[in-house]
Design a protein around this ligand. Sequence first.
Ligand SMILES: NC(=O)c1ccc[n+]([C@@H]2O[C@H](COP(=O)([O-])OP(=O)(O)OC[C@H]3O[C@@H](n4cnc5c(N)ncnc54)[C@H](O)[C@@H]3O)[C@@H](O)[C@H]2O)c1
Length: 382
Amino acid sequence: MKEHKLGIIMNGVTGRMGTNQHLIRSICAIRDKGGVKVSPDEVIVIDPILTGRNEQKLGALAERTGVKRWTTNLEEALADASNQIFFDASSTLHRARFVEMAAQAGKAVYCEKPTAVTTEEALRLAQVCEDAGIKNGVVQDKLWLPGILKLKALIDQGFFGEILSVRGEFGYWVFTGHDANRPAQRPSWNYRKEDGGGIIIDMLCHWRYLVDNVFGPIRSLSCRGAVHVGERVDEQGEPYACTADDACYATMELENGILCQFNSSWTVRVRRDDLFVMQVDGTKGSAVVGLRECRVQEMSATPKPVWNPDVAQPINFYDGWTIVPDEEEYDNAFKVQWELFLRHVALDEAFPYDLRSGAKGVELAEAGLQSWKDRKWVDLAS
Ligand SMILES: NC(=O)c1ccc[n+]([C@@H]2O[C@H](COP(=O)([O-])OP(=O)(O)OC[C@H]3O[C@@H](n4cnc5c(N)ncnc54)[C@H](O)[C@@H]3O)[C@@H](O)[C@H]2O)c1
């Protein structure tokens, strides 16, 4: 059996995303199934090492996940030639320093989005990686959600005819910490602009790669952000002023004429199928897509309602939609992208989700903030 052994530095993984999505559901899951099987006689095996600032937290996480190597000395981990990959899930404003260190050490770099909070910085980091000649990638997990994979298959089959518009509704109520028995459940930096927070920088990065890859390149954006909740409670139980947007209302015009409207909010209560639901309307059919499920209605099943508020609505609009069956057993979206990155490093397979493509997400977010500030449409440069 030919074995490609990859040591992976997992930095900043004691946080929410790092622990759950990257370490447990991706890296440990890949390790536990014996690596990534490339062919009957070839496998990529991985050996993670956890790095961070807090010895106690790192030790506890290593113990909990059965990871044997961990250290607070990142320089040492970077100097170790058996570690070929550096991964970062630390909070956004720390990313640049870590990416630079890893590039300098010649490691392949994979990291969470956003890579920075300005396009200039995101492009600079992409350049740093390119100049160092290292392989690099950014998390763009939503592309591998089962709901999105089903949607892409429908688009490829021509199910929609001409796609006219897309409405995305993302969000849920994030408790402020002020309510009895309802502790705050997101890191407080998310609500402080000075710490890299805000839903525009968080979510518009996702909407960029999602819309670009599934519907077509975005040409222009109009965005209104809002700080709906002015005060929340932090990890120490102290109230703090929210300086970052907790909702945004964005409309995007694509080069092919499709209009996409995405509401993103941490200040709404959910009465829809899922935390993210997207309705795609086309001339021949429509789809309502969640994280996992996808429902469709084609022309022959489309009802013809009559507007009459004087009588109870005779049509149940939830009927007349057909659920798209699962075509395969869907894997965790983060894990799927991890496996692609591991193959990119070990086997030189293509991986287009690099830091330069990640910078496009930051560009959309920055354009959103600009649009809000100037109250105008902003055209994208790339
Ligand atoms: N892909 C997605 O869907 C998705 C979702 C949420 C967050 N994110 C991104 O993931 C990143 C982490 O978000 P989170 O919600 O897990 O945040 P978090 O606050 O829970 O975790 C941040 C981590 O960074 C570490 N850290 C902070 N300062 C550090 C420093 N100076 N040195 C080393 N480590 C440091 C913390 O100890 C912690 O482990 C952010 O960039 C965020 O935008 C991505």
